[in-house]
Design a protein around this ligand. Structure first.
Ligand code: SF4
Length: 344
């Protein structure tokens, strides 16, 4: 990683973000936020964490009414989970318009088929159920906008799960193409920073997702959590309380035990389930208690931030991000010889 650092600032620029499309769930906490907090604590990175409101328009351009509220709620989740605006730059994508200008400039040098074959685009199209033959221009440009998000801060570390390695490929190709065309090693290769991302099941046994109505929110009340856990799919072969269960076939609760309980508890649950000494109702009650205990502090911390304070934090973070983006964009324009009248 040392080659990613420069002399004046020994820290690596790290960029990541989330779309403001509703409150965050346990999957976000376990798969992303915990990791962001660890990266922040490591002191190795200049962390840029973005509320990607423009990205949410690629699929929800007709439905913008809740973006503002979502930005506040997600930021509240960020702060409660441990992101610190004094340590990390937390900002709103659209408050850094230099990202849009870089998007336009990089669009000029990016072959169309690079965007079309990009797996990020394919995943997005699949998730949004859009017609692949009738994509919007904004959707097609999604991988280039994502690249601009990273390169505007000369980001060289991007936290991703192992299954997302290919998503960064187009960003690397665009960075290299820019350097090649304008004969300057300006952008470093954005490199994936691999993170262990456990697959978090929704309560219905499919992947947890905001839009699938199968999630448990970080901000859920204890009661809401208990009700969600009650609905979790268990071992489908276990019909009666007296039937012995099989924890390997238990679709949701037992995998959650593996995440939220210690090894001894998991062992006890396995033994009691497989000898019919515990029923699913009691088992779920215990699981809900574990989840509620795990999130009690975070949920309490969420109450510490008023909407007004969060807006101030976001404005300050966006100003800081914008300053850096402006400095970098000025250099990019100069490298592209677009600074015609700067000295006039
Ligand atoms: S007792 Fe627990 S582990 Fe066993 S099937 Fe029921 S919910 Fe799953």
């Amino acid at each position: 990683m040392n080659n990613l650092r420069n002399q004046s600032n020994p820290k690596i620029n790290l960029v990541s973000g989330m779309r403001p499309t509703g409150k965050l769930h346990l999957g976000h906490y376990l798969g992303v936020l915990q990791n962001w907090v660890d990266l922040q604590k490591s002191q190795k990175y200049n962390c840029y964490f973005m509320l990607a409101d423009w990205h949410s328009l690629t699929t929800k351009y007709e439905d913008t009414g809740l973006i503002g509220k979502s930005i506040i709620e997600i930021t509240r989740d960020f702060l409660a989970c441990g992101l610190d605006p004094d340590e990390s730059t937390i900002y709103i994508q659209s408050h850094v318009p230099e990202i849009a200008e870089l998007h336009l400039l990089l669009s000029m040098i990016t072959p169309n088929n690079w965007a079309e074959r990009d797996p990020t685009l394919k995943d997005l199209v699949r998730a949004s159920n859009q017609d692949e033959t009738n994509l919007t221009y904004g959707m097609l440009g999604y991988p280039i906008l994502q690249t601009s998000d990273i390169l505007i801060f000369k980001g060289s570390a991007v936290p991703v799960g192992k299954d997302q390695t290919a998503h960064l490929e187009i960003s690397r190709e665009i960075a290299r193409r820019f350097n090649y065309i304008f004969k300057k090693e300006f952008f470093a290769d954005p490199k994936p920073l691999f993170t262990e991302t456990p697959l978090i099941m929704g309560i219905d046994g499919t992947k947890m997702g905001k839009s699938f109505n199968n999630d448990i929110k970080i901000s859920a009340t204890e009661e809401e959590t208990i009700n969600s856990v009650k609905k979790m799919i268990t071992d489908p072969q276990r019909i009666k309380r007296t039937d012995a269960g099989n924890t390997e076939e238990c679709k949701v609760p037992f995998p959650y035990y593996k995440i939220f309980a210690d090894a001894d508890t998991c062992k006890t649950v396995k033994f009691e389930c497989e000898t019919a000494k515990r029923g699913c109702i009691d088992c779920k009650k215990q699981l809900a208690d574990l989840i509620n205990a795990k999130f009690a502090i975070i949920r309490a911390k969420r109450q510490n931030f008023s909407d007004a304070e969060i807006i101030e934090i976001l404005k300050a973070g966006s100003r800081k991000a914008r300053q850096k983006a402006q400095d970098n964009l000025k250099q990019i324009r100069a490298i592209m010889k677009l600074n015609y009248f700067d000295k006039v």
